[in-house]
Design a protein around this ligand. Sequence first.
Ligand code: NAP
Length: 269
Amino acid sequence: MNYSLLDRGDQVSRELAETFEQLAKERGLVRDDERPDVVLSIGGDGTMLHAFHRYRERLDRIAFVGIHTGHLGFYADWKPNEVSELVRLMADGGGLKDRVVKYPLLKIEIVSDAGSESYLALNEFTLKGADATLVAQLNINDMPFETFRGDGICISTPSGSTAYNKSLNGALLHPSLEALQIAEIASINNRVYRTLGSSLVLPKHHHCDIFPVKKQKLLITVDHLAIPYESVVSVRGSVSEQKVTFARYRPFPFWNRVREAFIQDGGQP
Ligand code: NAP
């Protein structure tokens, strides 16, 4: 099995990466940054976002695994002291076939004066006004839904629902649901502009379109990437046909991760 590795760059993550490489070598695992079967991310969920985008073109041939060197992560769910166990399981043979989970991704298609571009997000996409509030028409399945005015709009994946979306009071979605979630970022509501106020969850066969009403500078984010746009004509969000694969050498249910990350022992009676 070939693997590649990304670390967050801090001392703890770098040292753990060295330990992993040493143990992997002893077990006969081969590092191959071009054509890895497994990509290991050492750091936090942010590190996994970097790993995902680095290998975005090879998603159908890669499984990701994350070790966290800070607090528990949603994508990084192995602890540093479990590294030798992880190497053992990776080297064990038997392949990954029955030991993976696949999570839905968000597809974003942007039409601007400069042409068309398409992005894939693991966590979310956001659209914000760069130097003024965003004013945009939101359509769902080609029907006008509302006119939004405010800081911006966030569209997240189920696995990204625990990230920015959660800060916007969006719901947490189990990543087995093939859906996307639209959440408002500080909408202005008055007699002229009225938005729903709640986040919306769309199934896989639905899509949404955002049409900025005025020509304005916009900031688009796709996970950790920020891309300025001079003039956007439309943005379409839908659930991608592609999925991301995570190696699951042992079960770690999503709701356990939610409880441990956000409630800890406070959730116990
Ligand atoms: P960052 O500021 O370093 O990361 C923000 C925080 O989001 C980190 O604590 C990160 O965890 C956590 N995170 C990332 N993905 C997550 C997930 N799926 N579930 C739960 N927490 C998650 O920025 P970054 O490293 O460039 O990451 C970009 C991400 O930051 C975006 O995708 C967005 O979700 C998030 N963000 C959140 C807000 C907000 O909540 N107000 C605002 C902007 C961006 P780790 O510490 O484990 O890396």
